[in-house]
Design a protein around this ligand. Structure first.
Ligand SMILES: Nc1ncnc2c1ncn2[C@@H]1O[C@H](COP(=O)(O)OP(=O)(O)OP(=O)(O)O)[C@@H](O)[C@H]1O
Ligand SMILES: [Mg+2]
Length: 437
């Protein structure tokens, strides 16, 4: 039986007294119309996502894995995850698999701007990897002993017809394999590591997740600050265990390994005065550079403080590409406004997106998303004000009119919400790469 760990009670109380938890417990769900059903499901979905975040936090904080130490005796623990994992060593993080949802744009469709980067990722990763995985699949299929599902019932009436179809497929597959052999002759290697070092709120995490969606591969995200432990040598062990686990996970499928806030671990030695830190950094580099033996792992490291990275470390670091993107340009900003208002299906009058883009020079993607959220919240407030009429049965058709986002609303919100880059010293990005190379 697992023991209750210190700090558990406070954690438990924080969850069970949170507004989301209380609200979920008392909510009067409605599904008497399609709209009500959709609204209820969306609400549940957002809470499930929140619960997943809390559980992730729980696992990391208590170094445990579900089913956790919830629990007053006799209480039924909430079940998530795979019960078969119980006996295994608890992983530090999970491999996520993104699931397509009808109402949300998928993959690069959801990414405004960043055209050059998207094209680069298409050419460097997406196309070569899709090709590679297709060929691996075909090779496996051409060895039926490796594929238990391929036994053909020769006795069936349709066998002859099937054979004809099969031979067309086989011919097609042979051509694909030959095409790949031709491609391989060019000896193009797929990059295995990239560093994104652009300012906060400009989509480093976002584009990486969208790349995972495009590739349909697994996604592991690890914030480098989370390796830290106050126990001597424990951080070094955490790093070692983590990479070992990630490599193992990538034996079965391609995985994007996203190492966020890389500066918090691999930082300037001038600030790493203690030997422990040097040991951690060295362990990290050793593990990182050993990832050559895991061809299915695509590593993307991110930082918005490149100036905190040690240049010597950067040179010894196996990162094929170092990529900088500035804040979104006018075209990208126009697309962002369109994406978060029009494409999101928010009711609006006809907006001059060109002008909105011009008004938001130096705003980052996250700022524009936040402006659109805020303006939508403001515009919808009038609807909520109608609750008295709704309850007293005095609603009329007229009440339904005119609830749209207007150009003036957006312009005012832009004035109220200045660019978050105001707080950022942009000079740290100027020519950083040239300086460290
Ligand atoms: N190109 C984009 N198209 C559409 N939305 C975007 C784009 N870039 C960013 N966003 C939105 O902005 C939000 C913030 O972006 P994200 O968290 O990826 O920034 P970041 O660069 O990782 O910031 P930080 O350095 O603070 O971690 C995303 O959740 C996403 O909704
Ligand atoms: Mg981020």
């Amino acid at each position: 039986m697992t023991q209750k760990q210190p700090g558990f009670d406070a954690f438990f109380t924080a969850i069970t007294t949170s507004p989301e938890f209380k609200s979920a417990m008392t909510k009067d769900w409605k599904w008497d119309s399609l709209d009500a059903l959709e609204a209820s499901l969306r609400q549940m979905e957002s809470w499930v996502e929140k619960a997943a975040d809390i559980m992730k936090n729980f696992d990391e904080k208590f170094n445990t894995h579900l089913p956790p130490t919830w629990a007053t005796p006799g209480a039924t623990p909430p079940k998530t995850g795979n019960p078969q994992d119980e006996s295994k060593t608890p992983p530090a993080v999970e491999v996520q698999h993104f699931v397509r949802k009808e109402w949300k744009p998928w993959g690069f469709e959801a990414v405004a701007g960043m055209d050059e980067l998207k094209a680069e990722l298409q050419d460097s990763f997406i196309k070569p990897l899709r090709f590679k995985f297709l060929v691996e699949k075909l090779k496996k299929q051409s060895h039926p002993e490796l594929d238990s599902g391929s036994s053909v019932n020769k006795e069936s009436e349709k066998a002859k017809e099937d054979n004809e179809i099969n031979s067309v497929w086989q011919k097609n597959n042979e051509l694909i394999l030959r095409l790949y052999t031709e491609y391989e002759k060019f000896k193009i290697s797929i990059p295995t590591g990239m560093l994104f070092y652009w300012p906060p709120g400009t989509g480093k995490t976002f584009i990486t997740k969208k790349l995972a969606e495009e590739l349909g591969c697994g996604f592991i995200s690890k914030n480098m600050g989370e390796f830290g432990s106050s126990y001597l040598h424990q951080t070094t062990k955490n790093i070692k265990d983590f990479f070992e686990w990630a490599k193992k996970a990538a034996e079965n499928e391609p995985i994007i390994l996203f190492l966020d806030e890389i500066d918090s671990l691999v930082s300037k030695r001038t600030t790493n005065v203690d030997a422990n830190k040097a040991e951690e950094v060295s362990q990290f580099l050793q593990e990182f550079n050993a990832l050559e033996s895991a061809p299915n792992l695509i590593v993307i490291a991110a930082t918005n403080r490149p100036d905190h990275l040690d240049s010597a470390i950067l040179r010894s670091w196996r990162l094929d590409k170092k990529i900088y993107l500035g804040p979104p340009d006018t075209v990208a900003r126009r697309e962002l406004f369109k994406m978060y208002i029009e494409k999101a299906g928010r009711p609006s009058e006809s907006l001059d997106y060109e002008e909105l883009a011009k008004l938001t020079e130096w705003y980052v993607s996250a700022d524009i998303e936040a402006i659109c959220d805020e303006v939508a919240r403001d515009a919808s407030r009038d609807l909520l004000e109608l609750i008295d009429e709704a309850e007293s049965g005095t609603l009329t058709e007229k009440h339904l009119d005119g609830h749209v986002i207007t150009m003036d609303d957006v312009k005012q919100t832009i004035i109220d919400m200045p660019s978050s880059l105001k707080m950022v010293d942009m000079s740290i990005y100027d020519n950083w790469l040239e300086q460290v190379q």
